[in-house]
Design a protein around this ligand. Structure first.
Ligand code: PGA
Length: 250
């Protein structure tokens, strides 16, 4: 049995005051950590504030990091800096970082390795563009992204990885993939993990769907056999909506 996950991705939203309001509003209203991993991935500048107030049921994640331990990388944050804030998770390879900040399959792989080496749990994103979906290359894209992201990662390392399937055309557009389409892609990723590792690894890895998930679509998505949770942008910003998403995910 895979424990479901509900991860909010705040992107570049919320001031410190807004982040604190959110955390006070959700505390005590989320399902127990025994039945759900509820995660908020927030801008780096508020991570420490959120970790201090996360309570028993919530965990905090970052949205990106550099792969180097330290050095002349102005503006970047190292894995160990994240560790010392107390965060447990880090989103890596989000399509917005691939599109706007030069993230490549190779840097995603370096970051996945660095995250695992530092005891962080990466949420590794993959997903095709509309053009790739329409020209029938979705499986090729997912194969490339997942194979390269997990290159040289051991099965012990894999046990701490979460994969998020996020078709780019569904992100922030209100166009959620149909539950069947999302499940097919997550099932394909699971079969890739089986080919790259083993059947048990494929059975155990948690695969999330992301892209316009809302309180209306979450239950149907979660009912699919290959979908273990959501990576949610817009609908995770409001505390009531996040609480509802988490409760509907179990
Ligand atoms: P969305 O974003 O839920 O606003 O579509 C999802 C994501 O980009 O992780």
């Amino acid at each position: 049995m895979r424990k479901p996950v509900m991860a909010g991705n705040w992107k570049m939203n919320k001031t410190r005051d807004e982040a604190l309001q959110f955390i006070y509003a959700v505390s005590d209203k989320l399902p127990s950590n025994d039945v759900l991993d509820s995660i908020v991935c927030a801008p780096a500048i508020v991570l420490r504030d959120l970790v201090k107030r996360q309570g028993d049921s919530l965990r905090i994640g970052a949205q990106n990091m550099h792969y180097a331990a330290s050095g002349a990388y102005t503006g970047e944050i190292s894995p160990n800096m994240l560790v010392t804030t107390g965060v447990e998770y880090v989103i890596l390879g989000h399509s917005e970082r691939r599109a706007y900040f030069n993230e490549t399959d190779e840097t995603v792989n370096l970051k996945v390795k660095a995250a695992l080496d530092n005891g962080l749990k990466p949420i590794v994103c993959c997903g095709e563009s509309l053009e790739e979906r329409e020209n029938g290359t979705t499986h090729d894209v997912l194969t490339r992204q997942i194979t390269l992201a997990l290159k040289d990662i051991s099965s012990d390392g894999l046990a701490n990885v979460i994969i998020a399937y996020e078709p780019i055309w569904a992100i922030g557009t209100g166009k959620v993939a149909s539950a069947e389409m999302a499940d097919e892609a997550c099932g394909f990723i699971r079969s890739l993990v089986k080919d790259l590792y083993c059947e048990k690894c494929a059975d155990e890895i948690r695969i999330l769907y992301g892209g316009s998930v809302s309180t209306k679509s979450v239950e149907e998505l979660m009912a699919q056999p290959n979908i273990d949770g959501g990576l949610v942008g817009g609908a995770s910003l409001n505390s009531d909506s996040f609480i509802e998403l988490c409760n509907k995910a179990i």
